[in-house]
Design a protein around this ligand. Structure first.
Ligand code: URA
Length: 209
């Protein structure tokens, strides 16, 4: 069974509160999404393997530890997931970045992938899928299904706010995927928005509203 982590760190809670405020403007909103991605990245990479190395300090040789070469890939779900990429790369600059875009066919209600470009060696990488809002869970579930079809074997999901419905759907569809979020909200409304949430994350990141 996967691990689910709702980060209760004071800095995370403070920044999520600022993000929720309808009076927070685009510039600050974007910066907060980036900072939260960095804090969530710190937690989600806690289990990366390390190996002992010898480093010469100005004083002596130190036996110490470094990451043991596990390769990472970030896959933001278009469009809002893009807002989290720079914050993740601040801690893991060597990660490759793929992109996936999904929409739902209004008649069949089937997910349609309209864009997917992943690193060629995705099967050897630890993949972190990014989307700030885990609402119905539909996009995350479908995106992860597509990423698995292309060979990925180890996947984590990082979001900022989750609805219980989306969390449950993702856990059931992909029980092997660990989930990290900054907050779990009350519910979805009839339009699929998270309540209380923060509104449309993509619009607020890109200033399209
Ligand atoms: N996507 C958003 O941007 N906000 C929500 O509340 C739900 C989905």
């Amino acid at each position: 069974m996967s691990k689910t982590m709702i980060m209760d760190h004071p800095l995370v809670q403070h920044k999520v509160s600022l993000l929720r405020n309808k009076n927070t403007g685009t510039k600050e909103f974007k910066e907060l999404v980036c900072e939260l991605a960095t804090l969530l990245c710190y937690e989600a990479t806690r289990d990366l393997p390390t190996e002992e190395v010898e480093i010469e300090t100005p004083i002596a040789v130190a036996k110490t530890r470094m990451l043991s070469g596990r390769k990472l890939a970030l896959v933001p779900i278009l469009r809002a997931g893009l807002g989290m990429v720079d914050g993740m790369l601040a801690l893991i600059p060597a990660a490759k970045v793929g992109h996936i875009g999904m929409y739902r066919n209004e008649e069949t209600l089937e997910p349609v992938e309209y864009y997917c470009k992943l690193p060629d060696d995705i099967a050897e990488r630890e993949v972190i899928v990014l989307d700030p809002m885990l609402a119905t869970g539909g996009s995350a579930v479908d995106a992860i299904t597509q990423i698995k079809k292309r060979g990925a074997k180890s996947i984590k999901f990082i979001g900022i706010i989750a609805a219980p419905e989306g969390m449950q759907r993702l856990q059931e569809a992909h029980p092997d995927v660990d989930i990290y979020v900054a907050a779990m909200d009350e519910k979805l409304n009839e339009n699929g928005y998270i309540v209380p949430g923060l509104g449309d994350a993509g619009d607020r990141i890109f200033g399209t509203k």
